[in-house]
Design a protein around this ligand. Structure first.
Ligand SMILES: [Zn+2]
Ligand SMILES: [Zn+2]
Ligand SMILES: [Zn+2]
Length: 251
């Protein structure tokens, strides 16, 4: 887990609440992202605003593919940082996403995709790939799982017995069969109070109870959920994720 925070990050700029002032490293949350290290390729999910510091903090030396959940700013604004991986790997990096995400990337990062950009200045080398059903990266098969994120539908991903479900306010009926038998899940849980585009802690707990995984980790938390105090009142098998948390998944 490279980042487990909401779009503002934790601590938030200018906030002096107990979580933002906490000295517990698990209360320092960069923007939501994970790295899936297979026996072969390393798969980065989203390129957050904090990508550079995440790569430095966790010693990431390769990114073989990027998979986007959606194009909200906190999930895409680090794309320019992939230039370092281009240089080290001497290759372009495939970026997978839905049609809207790829269209947004072309618009937000017009300098990357414009044929008129002068090429001498170090531009990310990426190849956009629109997702049409499940797809494979090395030994991993990724199943896109449509999620309701407010007014928008975005993708979570199932990989083997693992599911990464960030940025969702609900799991639509048609997506439940795609999650059958999941043993480890990472799920959006923004805060206690309801929110139009994210699950509350209560909604996330109800979703976990319905999914029935062995382990559940919450992500995309804001400063309303201090790590230690919140984890102390969660049921067995459920905990808040934190930046740097690593676990094994069965591909
Ligand atoms: Zn987000
Ligand atoms: Zn705060
Ligand atoms: Zn979002």
């Amino acid at each position: 887990m490279l980042g487990t925070g909401t779009s503002h990050g934790v601590p938030m700029i200018g906030c002096e609440c107990a979580t933002c002032l906490s000295t517990d490293p698990r209360d320092k949350r960069s923007r939501a992202s994970i790295l899936i290290q297979t026996d072969g390729p390393a798969v980065l999910v989203d390129t957050t605003t904090d990508l550079r510091m995440q790569a430095l903090a966790h010693g990431i030396k390769r990114v073989d593919a990027i998979v986007y959940t959606h194009s909200h700013a906190d999930h895409v604004m680090g794309l320019d940082e992939v230039r370092r991986f281009n240089v080290m790997q001497k290759s372009a990096i495939p970026c997978y996403g839905d049609a809207r995400t790829l269209a947004d990337l072309r618009r937000i990062y017009s300098y990357i995709f414009s044929p008129h950009t002068h090429r001498g200045g170090g531009i990310p080398q990426v190849v956009l790939a629109q997702i049409a059903g499940e797809f494979c990266i090395g030994p991993a098969t990724l199943v896109p799982v449509p999620l309701v994120h407010g007014a928008r539908t975005i993708f979570g991903y199932r990989i083997g017995s693992f599911a990464y479900l960030t940025d969702c306010s609900a799991i639509p009926d048609a997506s439940w069969p795609l999650l059958s038998g999941v043993r480890t899940v990472v799920l959006d849980a923004l805060r206690e109070r309801p929110h139009p585009t994210h699950m509350s802690l209560e909604q996330a707990l109800a979703t976990v109870a319905k999914l029935g995984p062995e382990r559940a980790f919450f992500t995309h938390m804001c400063h309303d959920l201090p790590h230690a105090a919140t984890c102390a009142r969660l049921p067995a098998g459920v905990e808040l994720a934190y930046d740097g948390l690593a676990f094994e998944i069965d591909l």
